[in-house]
Design a binder for this molecule. Structure first.
Ligand SMILES: *[C@@H]1O[C@H](CO)[C@@H](O)[C@H](O)[C@H]1NC(C)=O
Ligand SMILES: *[C@@H]1O[C@H](CO)[C@@H](O)[C@H](O)[C@H]1NC(C)=O
Ligand SMILES: *[C@@H]1O[C@H](CO)[C@@H](O)[C@H](O)[C@H]1NC(C)=O
Ligand SMILES: *[C@@H]1O[C@H](CO)[C@@H](O)[C@H](O)[C@H]1NC(C)=O
Ligand SMILES: *[C@@H]1O[C@H](CO)[C@@H](O)[C@H](O)[C@H]1NC(C)=O
Length: 313
């Protein structure tokens, strides 16, 4: 799987904009999508492979390999505006629908972005939640769904919705029936992402095995992989940024060109029925044969940095 390509794409402009079309399955009726009436089909199983054989609102037929992704950042750059990090917790990055074979698409329906292509520049997507009465969700997102340094949260949420949520079959607007309220599926996606995130206590899993952020010590990859695999029940992807190990003083002369600053974890699932049901089957990050990390593997090569003073509450 092209993890490196994804990392770059995540911060690039909406390159695929011109190829996008409205809706994943055009011409679909907005009637009869009562998912409780059908037995949940596991995404990426044989039973979910033919979109014409199931209700695509109730079975994920487009992006059935679901990634719950989290960030570890040490500051936001917008502390003066109250954008801070939650103490003793990793933050939500996104809930991504990869294809079952590990490749992925993005920006599947620009008509729902709420603003013309190419860039998300409309109102803070958080304002979509207020008319729907989801003030509690918005407050949770402000605390736990915090953008990477240099991004404002509202822009980041809009980016995550338009890039990823539009590529699930189960968040298509037809699924919400003839009384669909504008942005209902946006709120539903945010709520679903929050639910997956809440079930993945990365900070606590690490802390319980003695791994706490420190600017005084370094760590080995296994310090992360071991407790997180045990906590999750399958191998997660451990992501690093920063300099390559053999470009640092400590790694001089080494052939280990992995990155050295721990900053992301991706947890992979297949899901029973629509992802909104929140019933995932944990699967290994390399289920499609890809890598499980881009971090350096040399002993003691990794930094798990403490947050900047004043950047977390
Ligand atoms: C919806 O379900 C009802 C009751 O089974 C059925 O009569 C109707 O044809 C269905 N309509 C569509 C568009 O599926
Ligand atoms: C992966 O699956 C998608 C969706 O079915 C398909 O479009 C793509 O060609 C597949 N890629 C590979 C490398 O098989
Ligand atoms: C780091 O290692 C890679 C291969 O593992 C090598 O291609 C590269 O030249 C090395 N870089 C330095 C600065 O030693
Ligand atoms: C995934 O990685 C683990 C250990 O890193 C390995 O034991 C397993 O065989 C790999 N699975 C696949 C499908 O490559
Ligand atoms: C720890 O180091 C990181 C990375 O250099 C820095 O951003 C952070 O402010 C430091 N935290 C403390 C408490 O010194």
């Amino acid at each position: 799987m092209a993890n490196t390509r994804r990392r770059i794409a995540a911060f690039a402009p909406l390159l695929l904009a011109q190829h996008a079309v409205a809706g994943l399955y055009p011409g679909m009726s907005n009637l009869n999508h009562t998912c409780s009436l059908v037995d949940p089909v596991l995404s990426c199983s044989a039973g979910a492979s033919d979109p014409s054989a199931v209700d695509t609102c109730c079975t994920e037929t487009f992006g059935g390999l679901v990634l719950a992704t989290q960030f570890w950042n040490t500051y936001t750059g917008f502390e003066s505006q109250g954008q801070v990090l939650p103490k003793d917790a990793w933050t939500l990055h996104g809930l991504w629908p990869d294809f079952c074979n590990g490749s992925y698409t993005q920006y599947c329906d620009l008509t729902r972005q709420g603003t013309p292509v190419p860039a998300w520049a409309g109102p803070d997507i958080g304002t979509f939640l207020e008319p729907l009465g989801k003030l509690d969700l918005l407050a949770w997102m402000k605390k736990h769904w915090v953008a990477q340094p240099g991004w404002l949260n509202g822009d980041f949420w809009g980016h995550e919705f338009s890039k990823h949520a539009t590529c699930y079959s189960t968040f298509d607007v037809e699924c919400y029936g003839p009384a669909y309220r504008q942005h209902e599926e946006v709120a539903d996606f945010f709520e679903t992402a929050a639910a997956f995130h809440r079930a993945l206590p990365t900070w606590s899993w690490l802390e319980a095995s003695g791994v706490r952020p420190s600017n005084a010590t370094t760590f080995s990859l296994g310090d992360f992989t071991r407790p997180l695999t045990q906590g999750f029940g399958a191998i997660p992807y451990v992501g690093c940024s920063g300099p390559k190990y053999n470009a640092t003083e400590a790694g001089k002369g080494s052939t280990d060109a992995g990155y050295t600053v721990i900053n992301e974890i991706w947890y992979y699932y297949h899901v029973y029925g629509r992802v909104q049901r929140q019933q995932g089957l944990a699967v290994d990050a390399n289920i499609t044969g890809g890598r499980v990390t881009n971090c350096a593997q040399a002993p003691g090569a990794l930094h798990y940095y403490e947050r900047t003073a004043g950047s977390e509450i």
